[in-house]
Design a protein. Structure first.
Length: 91
């Protein structure tokens, strides 16, 4: 089929380890922008994002170019590294 279009909408929710309130409000916007960049670089479309103190919601329009597990792995590992290197988390 020539002009085939495929997209699926997925909500991803992942929590801070131990469900501790480690995501501070003052860093929320910067974290949103960083995760948005990760998703865009993977060729996916971010529709909504919201970080709570102990978990994150991401709603994406996903193309079949990458598997969901690979995308979630990349988001979690890269954003965790960013948070740890930026000293966002205050224990």
């Amino acid at each position: 089929m020539a002009n085939t279009y495929t997209q699926i909408y997925i909500q991803i929710v992942f929590a801070v380890q131990g469900r501790y309130n480690l995501i501070d409000k003052k860093h929320k916007e910067e974290l949103h922008k960083y995760i948005t960049g990760i998703i865009r670089k993977r060729g996916q479309k971010l529709l909504a994002i919201n970080c709570m103190p102990n978990h994150t919601h991401i709603f994406i329009g996903m193309k079949p170019a990458i598997s969901l597990s690979d995308l979630v792995r990349d988001i979690k590992s890269i954003s965790s590294g960013f948070i740890n290197n930026s000293s966002f988390a205050v224990i």
